[in-house]
Design a protein around this ligand. Structure first.
Ligand code: UDP
Ligand code: MG
Length: 322
């Protein structure tokens, strides 16, 4: 029977984890597949790990991984996917915002020959208008600036075939914008629509600061357009400044220079200073990322690892190096 592994990253999810597993097991029981679940504790500070252990004791399909600290969702996901040895993997959030009941539909598309089946939400319940607006602005910016189309209104909830998993595991970059990476590998991709529920319990780890970071991550990982933007604005500003300088010079030659010209001087200085700082900032963002990549650090460390008892072959490469 084909095997399916469900990968669940969790950070401080003690409030929902048991409820999540109950709903997930019901779905997995119905599937005509050999299923297991891999929970990744991303350095939680509550008793998420203890709960995972008790889930594993009660259900032989459950495997658990504990990272040595909080590495962030993208790294936790990568750790999980690196430990999958199955014909397909489903990535799902632990907070029940991604309904496990959708998994059979994802599987159906996979059986129909798709490699990446992503779940696209058709409603964003429980989110403010401002969040919806910023999210849509981000997707639009990504579409314009990068050459991979990141599907709109799509989280990490998706199914990956074996060859998609193999492709993804070769992308070891440190700046991991997963939605972009999933899209970048290509193969046959399709969407399944669903309604996204508000979080069942606990609260989101994505405040606006982290979301902004994620957006910058996405854009700088997949597009060098901002670097070009700096060049073009710089060029435009120089041309304008040159024309303006010409005008000032002509005026001084024809009419003399009765006023010292302080206001125009200030405008030009501040304007150019601003543009230069902006351009430096953009370059700095890329330079910083470049620095992170060159260090070639592993993406995560594993503190404890218990693979599902039902699994026959065991994949041992704990922390894959490049
Ligand atoms: N998560 C994680 N590490 C982190 C932050 C989040 O593993 O540093 C997990 C979290 O437990 C959840 C999923 O990633 O299962 C999505 O997180 P969250 O619900 O906070 O994000 P949102 O749904 O608001 O995008
Ligand atoms: Mg969530």
């Amino acid at each position: 029977m084909p095997r399916l592994t469900v990968v669940v990253p969790a950070y401080n999810e003690s409030a929902v984890l048991a409820a999540f597993h109950e709903r997930l097991s019901k779905v997995l029981d119905q599937l005509p597949l050999d299923c297991d679940v891999l929970y990744i504790d991303d350095g939680s500070r509550d008793d998420t790990w203890t709960i995972m252990q008790s889930l594993a004791t009660a259900d032989p399909r459950v495997g658990t991984l504990k990272l040595s600290r909080n590495f962030g969702k993208e790294a936790a996901l990568t750790a999980g996917l690196d430990h999958v040895d199955a014909d397909a993997a489903v990535v799902i959030d632990a907070d029940l915002q991604d309904p496990p009941e959708l998994i059979p539909q994802l599987v159906e598309q996979w059986r129909a020959g798709y490699d990446v089946v992503y779940a696209t939400r058709s409603a964003r319940a429980g989110e403010t208008g401002f969040k919806r607006f910023t999210a849509s602005a981000f997707y639009r910016a990504m579409e314009i600036m990068s050459d991979v189309a990141v599907p709109r209104d799509t989280g990490d909830f998706r199914l990956l075939s074996r060859r998609a998993l193999a492709a993804l595991s070769q992308l070891r970059e440190r700046q991991r914008f997963m939605k972009g990476l999933f899209a970048w590998i290509g193969y046959r991709q399709t969407a399944v629509k669903y309604m996204r529920d508000p979080r069942l319990a606990g609260k989101t780890k994505w405040n606006y600061w982290r979301l902004t970071q994620l957006a910058i991550e996405g854009i700088t990982s997949f597009s060098s357009a901002p670097l070009k933007l700096a060049t073009w604005t710089g060029l435009a500003a120089s041309v304008l400044a040159f024309l303006f300088g010409l005008k000032v010079l002509l005026k001084a030659l024809l009419h003399g220079d009765p006023v010292p010209g302080y206001p125009s001087l200030m405008v030009v200085v501040l304007f150019l200073g601003g543009i230069q700082l902006l351009a430096l900032g953009v370059i700095g963002e890329y330079l910083g990322r470049n620095y992170n990549e060159t260090k070639q650090r592993p993406l995560y460390f594993i503190e404890e690892e218990h693979l599902p008892a039902t699994r026959t072959t065991i994949h041992t490469e704990a922390t894959p190096q490049r």
